[in-house]
Design a protein around this ligand. Structure first.
Ligand code: AMP
Length: 361
């Protein structure tokens, strides 16, 4: 662990070269820090804005050791980085967040067990490895239920809705009999997320609670502030603090939550991401210091920056062919357009986002 803040001129190593790595590199540059991106993709979007780029496999331990030897600290822009990759880098350079944050976030079962251990509410769930497990789990978790792979699911991928017992075998087939978790459906009023940042010294800050709208399992729109009662906002902050503390997390952490209706609205944790998150992109334009800069500050041992928002904001993701509307967004008042420099606009691919600012309420 660095004893003192990394001085300007130091180099941040980032595993992963997508749009999150790109925006992290741009934030680092503002602080006079250089970035070295390691990606297995030849044309990674982050390469355009980094001082140094390496194309290599995440399994190539020698290339990883060379990369880690050339930087002052290593971080990741995606949570599914293999544990061995992190270990290979950690033998040579400090790595933040630490392995525990990834181990918990990468496995839906470990994640739910971890939350339960902290007394944090999650949807009813049961582990599923076989058809017998699934039948037993369906008897306990009410219909409809969601079968989710334990690993490598994101944006609604690796998930099957089960409406009746007769769907069980086909559902298991659909996820290729991968180790899974059966989860009860949560009847929520809205989806919200909290973006938090924790420093190496345990300092902790959160951004305002965010309200998210998903389409086809992919984030479409984030609005700030969320229309949630003050009690819910306080509960979300306390959940994020508890998780970050228990993980010994360093860097940005996102907690995705379901807010339930009722006389006493409450929150259920859906999942966590041990990294900067799409629902925090509005912080680039509506906050004093963005989630990207705060992640860099945390891993570099700098004081955390002010998370206060100076405007309300609505962030719209530009997914697939939406990116063709860039001119329209660029012409809108009080709107910041961010394009990720990806050549091919495949369906479902995040190509950019636009944040419209409004006076702070
Ligand atoms: P996930 O990949 O787990 O984030 O799921 C993607 C989206 O599916 C979430 O943002 C929700 O809109 C929906 N979803 C996932 N799990 C549940 C659940 N247990 N109950 C209701 N909706 C869910």
């Amino acid at each position: 662990m660095p004893e003192s803040p990394l001085p300007p001129g130091s180099t941040i190593g980032i595993l992963g070269g997508g749009q999150l790595g790109r925006m992290l590199a741009m934030a680092a540059a503002r602080l006079g820090l250089r970035t070295h991106i390691y990606s297995d993709e030849a044309n990674a979007p982050a390469f355009d804005v980094a001082a140094i780029s390496t194309v290599g496999a995440y399994e190539d331990k020698e290339a990883l050791a060379r990369f880690a030897g050339a930087v002052d600290v290593v971080t990741c822009e995606f949570e599914n980085v293999p544990a061995e990759t992190l270990e290979a880098a950690a033998r040579v350079a400090p790595v933040f967040p630490r392995a525990k944050s990834f181990a918990v976030a990468q496995d839906r079962l470990a994640e739910k067990d971890f939350m339960r251990g902290l007394g944090i509410a999650v949807a009813p769930y049961a582990p599923v490895d076989t058809l017998d497990d699934l039948r037993g789990a369906l008897a306990r978790v009410k219909f409809p239920a969601l079968l989710k792979t334990r690993r490598l699911g994101y944006d609604g991928k690796g998930q099957v809705l089960i409406r009746a017992e007769a769907d069980a075998a086909a559902a298991l087939e659909a996820i290729g009999h991968a180790p899974a978790v059966l989860e009860g459906m949560v009847l929520f009023e809205r989806e919200v997320s909290v973006i938090a940042v924790r420093g190496q010294d345990g300092a902790f800050k959160v951004y305002n609670l965010i309200e998210n709208v998903h389409q086809n399992g992919i984030l479409a729109i984030s609005r700030v502030p969320a229309e949630s009662p003050a009690g819910i906002v306080a509960e979300a902050t306390s959940i994020a603090a508890k998780i970050a503390e228990a993980l010994g997390h360093v860097g940005v952490l996102c907690v995705e939550l379901f807010q339930r209706e009722g006389e006493r609205p409450d929150l259920i944790v859906n999942e966590i991401a041990p990294r900067v998150h799409n629902s925090g992109h509005w912080t680039l334009d509506a906050c004093v210091i963005s989630q990207f800069e705060n992640h860099i500050r945390a891993i570099a041992g700098w004081p955390l920056g002010d998370t206060a928002r100076h405007n309300d904001a609505v962030m719209t993701n530009l997914i697939g062919s939406d990116v063709e509307r860039w001119r329209e967004f660029a012409a809108q008042p009080a709107t910041a357009v961010h394009l990720y420099g990806k050549a091919e606009a495949r369906p479902g691919r995040k190509m950019g986002h636009a944040t419209r600012l409004y006076p702070k309420t």
